[in-house]
Design a protein around this ligand. Structure first.
Ligand code: ZN
Length: 414
C-alpha cells in the first residue's frame, strides 16, 4: 500500500459513543457523519468494519531528543536526579545525527500507534554546542511535515543563559520551557523564563514541580500569566497532588482562572517518584481528578520513552490512558480524552474528530468499544492525519484450539 493515501470516506466504523457510521472527508476536514451504509461509494474509501474510530491521539509532553538512549547509556535505575546525571554524561558524546535518528524513529513509532501530533521538549546543552538537539529536531520536524504535527519547546534548565534560549527560538523552536523547580531560587528562574516568552510573544510549557516534597511554582505561574493571551501549560505538577485538599483547591481555582493547561505524565512520574519511600510509595501523579472536576484544561503524555528517565514505554498513548485509569482513577472516557482531544486543546491544535467541520485526525483500532481498545491496545490499526492514511498495521496470529477429547464430560460418556 502506497502511503500517505488520501481518503474521502471511512465506512462502517464504530464511534466511542456506540454509533456505527460512515465518515465523509474533504481534504483534511470531516464533511459529514452518516449512519453506516448510507454514504455513496467512493474510490478513496477505507472499510473499518470491526474497528473503533477514535480521535487520533496527541502527545503533549515528549522528549524525542532523549528517547531510545537507554540501551546506549545503560544507566542505573533511580530517581529524577540520577536520571539527569546519566543523561548529562551522555550529551557530552552524542552527535546531531544520533539525536535526529532516535527522534525520527521514536516519532514514527508513535505515529504507527496513532499519535499524529507531538510536543517535544528539546534540551539546550552545556558545552560548546548548546543547540545540537535543537538543530536535530528542527530537521526531523521538516522531514516529518505532512505526516505528523511536531511542536518544539526550548527546555532551558536554570543554568542555561538567556542568549541560548533566544538562539533556539531563532532557530525555529516554538515555545519557551524550563524547570524552575530545579533552580536555587525557583521564582527568579520562573520569572526570567516568562519574561523571555512575553518579549518573544511565545507560548510557554514548563516542567513544573516534578517532586513529591519540593518547591511549588505552579501557583506563581498561574497568577503571573492570568492576563496573557499566549498559550501556557505546566507539565508534571506532582507537588500539587501532594497538597492538603483546601490548599490544592485554592491553587486549582487560580490555575483554572489563568487558563494554564496541566499535562500529567503518569508513566515517568510512577517510575521516577517515590524511590526514597520504603513502604506505601506515593504514585507521584498530579491532582488529575480535582483538575478535571474544576474544569482545568487537562492532558496527559508519555514523557520519556526508553531513556534514563524511563527505561520502558510502548510509544502508545493507550498505555498512558491505561495508567490514568489504574493509577489516577480517571474514567476510561476521561483518560482517552486526556491523550486525544484534551491533548490537542492544550497544544492549541485545531479540534479533531468525527463531526462535520473538524480535522480528520483518527486512530482506527480493532475493537468493540473504548474500554476494549484501551484494555487490549490491539495491534491492528489505521492512522489518519489531515485526511490521509499515514500508517496501517495488521497483526497475524495463530493459537492452538483447546482439545475436545480431553473434556471430562467425554470421558464420563465413554
Ligand atoms: Zn519532561
Amino acid at each position: 500500500m502506497n502511503l500517505p493515501r488520501p481518503l474521502s470516506l471511512l465506512r462502517n466504523s464504530t464511534l466511542a459513543d456506540g454509533r456505527t457510521v460512515d465518515v465523509e472527508i474533504i481534504g483534511d476536514t470531516v464533511s459529514a457523519v452518516l449512519p453506516a451504509g448510507s454514504a455513496s461509494r467512493s474510490a478513496d474509501e477505507l472499510d473499518l468494519a470491526g474497528f473503533m474510530l477514535l480521535t487520533a491521539t496527541a502527545d503533549p509532553h515528549a522528549h524525542l531528543d532523549k528517547s531510545r538512549s537507554w540501551d546506549a547509556i545503560l544507566p542505573p535505575m533511580g530517581d529524577l536526579m540520577s536520571a539527569i546525571g546519566a543523561w548529562r554524561d551522555y550529551t557530552a558524546i552524542m552527535t546531531e545525527d544520533d539525536v535526529a535518528d532516535r527522534a525520527r524513529a521514536q516519532a514514527l513509532e508513535m505515529l504507527r500507534q496513532g499519535t499524529t501530533a507531538i510536543r517535544s521538549h528539546v534540551d539546550i546543552l552545556a558545552g560548546d554546542d548548546p543547540l545540537l538537539c535543537s538543530r536535530a529536531l528542527v530537521r526531523v520536524r521538516r522531514e516529518l511535515a505532512g505526516l505528523i504535527d511536531l511542536e518544539l519547546v526550548v527546555l532551558a534548565g536554570p543554568d542555561v543563559p538567556d542568549v541560548h534560549i533566544e538562539a533556539a527560538l531563532d532557530l525555529g523552536l516554538d515555545l519557551v520551557g524550563g524547570a524552575p523547580h530545579l533552580a536555587t531560587d525557583p521564582s527568579i528562574d520562573l520569572q526570567r523564563l516568562l519574561a523571555i516568552a512575553e518579549r518573544r510573544g511565545s507560548g510557554v510549557d514548563l516542567h513544573t514541580d516534578e517532586s513529591l516534597d519540593g518547591p511549588m511554582t505552579l501557583h506563581e505561574l498561574a497568577l503571573t500569566v492570568r492576563d496573557w493571551t499566549q498559550n501556557v501549560s505546566a507539565g508534571h505538577c506532582v507537588r500539587l497532588g501532594t497538597l492538603p485538599a483546601d490548599e490544592r483547591a485554592r491553587i486549582i481555582a487560580d490555575v483554572v482562572a489563568s487558563g494554564v493547561g496541566i499535562i500529567a505524565n503518569p508513566i515517568t512520574n510512577l517510575y521516577l517518584q517515590g524511590w526514597d519511600h520504603d513502604s506505601s510509595a506515593p504514585r507521584g501523579l498530579t491532582a488529575a481528578r480535582d483538575l478535571i472536576d474544576a474544569g482545568a484544561r487537562f492532558a496527559a503524555g508519555a514523557d520519556n520513552v526508553r531513556d534514563p528517565f524511563n527505561p520502558l514505554g510502548r510509544s502508545d498513548a493507550l498505555e498512558t490512558a491505561m495508567l490514568l485509569v489504574a493509577a489516577g482513577h480517571l474514567t476510561i472516557n476521561e483518560a482517552y480524552a486526556a491523550v486525544s482531544t484534551g491533548a490537542r486543546e492544550v497544544m492549541a491544535l485545531p479540534e479533531a474528530g468525527a463531526a462535520p467541520g473538524l480535522r480528520a485526525e483518527f486512530l482506527a483500532v480493532r475493537g468493540t468499544n473504548l474500554a476494549d481498545a484501551v484494555a487490549n491496545a490491539p495491534g491492528d490499526r489505521y492512522v489518519i492525519h489531515a485526511g490521509r492514511l499515514v500508517s496501517s498495521t495488521t497483526v497475524r496470529s495463530e493459537t492452538a484450539a483447546p482439545s475436545r477429547a480431553a473434556h471430562p464430560v467425554s470421558i464420563m460418556k465413554g
